[in-house]
Design a protein around this ligand. Structure first.
Ligand code: 26Q
Length: 822
C-alpha cells in the first residue's frame, strides 16, 4: 500500500539507450563489442520491459485494492506470437528503440528476428485466447490468463521429399526475457490414490488420499494493453518434481532411480499435444489438464483473494471462462475444494460452482468432442470421478422431472456415456455446470442449439448464446501491416486501433481513384515483402506480381485443402490439354500454409500431394510467371504476419456446417483480401457485412449439405458426370505429379475422394470452379477489385476481438472495465 510507485523511465532515446546498455552489461554480463545476437535481443527486450513493469505493478496493486470482478481465462493453449514487437507497440517505443539501436550501429529488425515465437497452441483456439487477453488488457478488464508453459510448443514442420517431418520446438533453448518465475507461489497438485469415508464431514464430503504429486511452478508474462497503462498477467504453469522429493522412499542404492523419477513429474508440461480435432484419450493429456486447472484454482483462492474472503461471494469476484472442454475438470475440482477441504454442504457448493463457470464450444465435429474413459479418470482422479457421478445423478433427476418417461433422452444427455465404453463426456459436464454456453459464430451457435447440444438447449434455452470471434487489430493490422496502417491513419486518424468500427470512415474512399491507387501500392509493397521473406526463408519464388491466393490453416479434411488442390490441378490440366489458353490465365501464386497432426495420415498424404503438384507446376518453364504453388513449411504467427497483408484472395472453403468460426478469414478481410468461401462459420457474417458483391460465395448451404448427406451422398456420381473433375482426378491418379508413382498418397487420396468423400469436396467442385472463373474476371479489373478490397477493410471492424470481449462482458461475464485513472 505504501510503496511509492516506481517512476516509468523517461521516453527518450538517451534513457532507452541507458536501459539497454545496463541490461547488456549487468543483465548479460557482456560488452556491446562482445555481445551475441541473443545477448542484444535479450537486453533490448529487458529494456522494453522496464517501461511496462511499473504499470504492471500498479495494475496488480489496484487489483488487490479494488477486489474488482476478474475474468480468469482458462486455456490449455495461448498461441502468443512474437512478444517484442507487441511490447514495443504497447509501450510506444517503436521509434525510440529503433533510433537508440541505430545510434549504437545495431539494426532492430535483425534483433527482433532472434526471437523464437512461443508456439503454445495448435491454431485457431490458441490464437483466439491470445487475441482475447490482448483485448481484455486494452479494454481495461481485470483479467488473469491461466495456462501451461509447455517446454516444447507446436512442432516445427519441415518437408523431406515433400513429406511432413516434425522437429521439436525447443523455443526456450536460449531462455526467454519475457517470463518471470515465481517459485514462492508454487502449488502442489495431487494425483492417483483412493478415497475414504469422512465420518465427520459435511454432506457429500470424502477424503482423497492421493498417491503422487507434482509441483506447479508459475511463470508470469506481461499482457500490456495498448498504451493505456494497464498490464495484465498471463500465468503459465511449469511442472516440477517436488524439491524435497523423498529419498527415504528409495533404498540407498536407488538414488539414481529416485533422481530419474523426477522426470516423470516434469513430463507433464513438456510438450503441447499437436492434435486439434481427433484427440486421443491419452493419460498425459488428462494430467496436463488437471495440472494447470488445479494450480490455477488454488492460486486464485489462496494467493489472489484476501485471506478472510468469504467464498460464498466467489461468483461476484471471478468468472472462470472455459476455453473449450480442456479445462472443464475445474468443475469437480472446485466442488472438491468447497466440499472436502472447506467443509461445505454439497448443495451450497454446487450453487456457487454453477455461478462460476461459463463454457465456450469451438467445434461441431462429433469426433472432436472430448471423452475420457472412466477407468482412466478413476485411476488418475478418483475423487473427481465420484464428484462427476454425483453431479450426473442429480442432473439426470432433473432431466427425468422435466421430461418424464423419456429414458432415451436421459441416456443421450448423461454426462457418462455407456457406449462404446463408459466414459465422461466433457462437453456435457461443461454444459451442465456452466451458467452460459456459447458458440463462436452465429451459424455455429445455432447449430449447437439445433444439433450437437439440442437436448440441453431444450432444457435450458436461456443458457445458450453466441459470441462471434474476433482478432486483435493491434497485432493483425497495426503490427503486421504497417503500410496499410499508415494509409488508414492518414485518412481517418488512428482511433481505429482501439475502436475498429471507425474503419467505416474509409467507405467513401473506395470511390476515390487516388486512394485506390495508394491502396494498391500498399498491397504491392506487402507482396514484395512476402516475396523476399519466402525467398530468404525457403528459396520460394512468386508468380511475378500476380494474384496472391492464400489458404492457410491447419490441414484437415473438413477444411478441404483437397478441393483447392483439385482447382489447381484442373487449371493445369486445362492448360496442358489446350482447353484453357495460357494467355487467358490470370497470373497467380497459390500459397498454402498447413501443419498436419503427426498421426493424421490422410492429412499428411494431402500435404505430400500438394507438394508434388507444386513441384511439377513450379518446374514447368511454360508456366513461369503464370502459375506458382508456394507451400512454405512451418506456418506460424510470424509467417502469418507477413503473408496475410500480401494476400489478394482468401480461401475459406470448408464444407458448410463444419467450421465453427474461422478467424483467419477475419484477418484476411481486414487486410484487404477478398474471400472465396462457403456459407460457413463466420464467413456468413463477413459476407453480410462486406456485401454480396464483395465476396465470392460458392457451394452448398448447411441445410443442403445435411440433406444430401441424409439422402445418401455418392461422390462417384460427380466424378462420372463432370469431365473436368474426372480429368483432374485421373491426372493425379496417373502418377503425373509423382514420377509415375500411383500408390501411396496418390491412391489413398484418390480413393478417399471418389469413394467416400466425407466432406463432399466433389459435390462443391463445379460451383467452386465456376466461382474461381468469376474471381479471375474480377481481378482483371484492378479498379473495381481495389474498390471491393477497400470495402472489405472498411466494413470488417466488427471482427475486432475488442467487440468480442464487449459481447462476453455484456452477455456472459457481467464484469466491467476499470477506469485506471479513477
Ligand atoms: C483436445 C484433447 C486432447 C488433445 C487435443 C485436444 C484439442 C486441442 C486443440 C482439441 C481441439 C483443439 C483446437 C481446436 C480449434 O482450434 N478450434 C478452432 O477454434 C477457432 C476459435 O474459436 C475457430 O475459429 C475454428 O473454427 C475452430 O476449428
Amino acid at each position: 500500500e505504501n510503496t511509492p510507485p516506481l517512476a516509468v523511465p523517461e521516453h527518450s532515446v538517451e534513457s532507452f539507450t541507458r536501459a539497454f546498455l545496463r541490461e547488456l552489461n549487468y543483465g548479460r554480463g557482456v560488452d556491446l563489442d562482445r555481445a551475441s545476437a541473443n545477448d542484444k535481443y535479450y537486453a533490448l527486450s529487458r529494456a522494453v520491459r522496464h517501461y511496462l513493469t511499473t504499470r504492471w505493478l500498479e495494475t496488480l496493486r489496484n487489483q488487490y485494492r479494488d477486489q474488482a470482478k476478474t475474468v480468469a481465462y482458462l486455456s490449455a493453449e495461448f498461441l502468443l506470437g512474437p512478444q517484442l514487437e507487441n511490447a514495443l507497440l504497447a509501450a510506444d517505443l517503436e521509434d525510440i528503440a529503433r533510433e537508440s539501436l541505430a545510434n549504437l550501429g545495431l539494426d532492430i529488425d535483425e534483433l527482433q528476428a532472434v526471437e523464437e515465437e512461443p508456439g503454445l497452441g495448435n491454431g485457431g483456439l490458441g490464437r483466439l485466447a491470445a487475441c482475447f487477453i490482448d483485448s481484455l488488457a486494452t479494454m481495461n478488464v481485470p483479467t488473469v490468463g491461466y495456462g501451461i508453459r509447455y517446454e516444447y510448443g507446436i512442432f516445427k514442420q519441415t518437408f523431406v521429399d515433400g513429406k511432413q517431418v516434425e522437429k521439436p520446438d525447443h523455443w526456450l533453448h536460449l531462455g526467454s526475457p519475457w517470463e518471470l518465475p515465481h517459485p514462492e507461489y508454487s502449488v502442489d497438485v495431487h494425483f492417483g490414490g483412493h478415497t475414504e469415508d469422512k465420518p465427520d464431514g459435511s454432506d457429500g464430503a470424502r477424503t482423497w488420499i492421493p498417491s503422487w504429486r507434482v509441483t506447479a511452478k508459475p511463470y508470469n508474462y506481461m499482457v500490456p494493453g495498448y498504451r493505456n497503462g494497464r498490464v495484465n498477467t498471463l500465468r503459465l504453469w511449469s511442472a516440477r518434481a517436488r524439491h524435497d522429493f523423498d529419498l527415504r522412499e528409495f533404498n540407498a542404492g536407488e538414488y539414481t532411480e529416485a533422481v530419474r523419477a523426477r522426470t516423470f513429474a516434469e513430463n507433464i508440461s513438456k510438450v503441447l499435444y499437436p492434435e486439434d480435432s481427433t484427440p486421443q484419450g491419452k493419460e498425459l493429456r488428462l494430467q496436463q489438464q488437471y495440472f494447470f486447472v488445479a494450480a490455477s484454482l488454488h492460486d486464485f483462492i489462496e494467493h489472489v483473494l484476501p485471506r478472510d474472503y468469504d467464498l460464498k461471494n466467489l461468483p461476484d469476484r471471478i468468472i472462470w471462462q472455459l476455453n473449450d472442454t480442456h479445462p472443464v475438470i475445474a468443475v469437480p475440482e472446485l466442488m472438491r475444494i468447497l466440499v472436502d477441504d472447506k467443509g461445505w454442504d454439497w448443495a451450497d457448493a454446487w450453487a456457487v460452482t454453477q455461478k462460476s463457470f461459463a463454457y465456450t464450444c469451438h467445434t461441431l465435429l462429433p469426433e472432436a468432442l472430448e471423452v475420457w474413459p472412466v477407468d482412466l479418470m478413476g485411476k488418475l482422479l478418483p475423487r473427481h470421478l465420484e464428484i462427476i457421478y454425483r453431479i450426473n445423478e442429480e442432473f439426470l433427476e432433473e432431466v427425468r422431472a422435466a421430461f418424464p418417461g423419456d429414458e432415451l433422452r436421459v441416456r443421450r444427455m448423461s454426462i457418462i456415456a455407456e457406449q462404446p465404453g463408459r466414459a465422461v463426456r466433457m462437453a456435457h459436464l461443461a454444459t451442465v455446470a456452466g451458467f452460459k454456453v456459447n458458440g463462436v459464430a452465429e451459424l455455429h451457435s445455432e447449430l449447437l442449439k439445433d444439433k450437437v447440444l439440442n437436448d440441453f438447449a431444450q432444457m435450458w434455452p436461456e443458457k445458450f448464446t453466441n459470441v462471434t470471434n474476433g482478432v486483435t487489430p493491434r497485432r493483425f493490422i497495426r503490427l503486421a501491416n504497417p503500410a496499410l496502417s499508415e494509409l488508414i491513419t492518414a485518412a481517418i486518424g488512428d482511433g481505429w486501433i482501439t475502436d475498429l468500427e471507425q474503419l467505416r470512415g474509409l467507405e467513401p474512399l473506395a470511390d476515390d481513384a487516388e486512394f485506390r491507387h495508394a491502396f494498391r501500392e500498399v498491397k504491392g509493397a506487402n507482396k514484395r515483402r512476402l516475396a523476399k521473406v519466402l525467398m530468404d526463408r525457403d528459396g520460394i519464388e512468386l508468380a511475378g506480381d500476380g494474384m496472391v491466393d492464400a489458404m492457410v490453416k491447419r490441414l484437415h479434411e473438413y477444411k478441404r485443402q483437397s478441393l483447392k488442390l483439385l482447382h489447381i490441378v484442373s487449371l493445369y490440366e486445362g492448360i496442358k490439354s489446350g482447353r484453357i489458353p495460357l494467355e487467358s490465365v490470370t497470373p497467380r501464386t497459390f500459397v498454402f500454409g498447413a501443419k498436419a497432426a503427426p498421426g493424421y495420415v490422410r492429412a499428411k498424404e494431402t500435404i505430400e500431394l500438394i507438394n508434388a503438384v507444386g513441384r511439377t507446376i513450379n518446374a514447368d518453364a511454360s508456366l513461369k510467371g503464370r502459375l506458382k504453388v508456394a507451400f512454405p513449411p512451418n506456418y506460424n504467427v510470424t509467417l502469418a504476419e507477413v503473408l496475410i497483408p500480401a494476400a489478394d484472395l482468401s480461401e475459406q472453403i470448408s464444407l458448410a456446417g463444419k467450421e465453427a468460426s474461422g478467424t483467419g478469414n477475419m484477418k484476411f478481410a481486414l487486410n484487404g483480401a477478398l474471400t472465396i468461401g462457403t456459407d460457413d462459420g463466420a464467413n456468413v457474417e463477413i459476407r453480410k457485412l462486406v456485401g454480396d458483391e464483395n465476396f465470392f460465395l460458392f457451394g452448398m448451404t448447411e441445410p443442403e449439405a445435411s440433406s444430401l448427406e441424409s439422402r445418401g451422398y455418392d461422390p462417384g456420381e460427380y466424378y462420372e458426370s463432370d469431365p473436368e473433375l474426372k480429368a483432374a482426378l485421373n491426372l493425379i491418379a496417373s502418377g503425373h505429379f509423382t514420377d509415375g508413382e500411383r500408390g501411396g498418397a496418390v491412391a489413398s487420396i484418390f480413393a478417399s475422394l471418389t469413394e467416400r468423400d466425407r466432406f463432399m469436396a466433389l459435390a462443391d467442385f463445379r460451383s467452386y470452379m465456376d466461382t474461381q472463373k468469376k474471381v479471375e474476371a474480377a481481378y482483371l479489373d484492378h479498379e473495381s477489385w481495389s474498390r471491393s478490397a477497400i470495402l472489405n477493410v472498411a466494413r470488417s471492424g466488427y471482427f475486432s476481438s475488442d467487440r468480442s470481449i464487449q459481447d462476453y462482458l455484456d452477455r456472459i461475464w457481467g464484469a466491467k472495465p476499470i477506469d485506471q485513472n479513477a
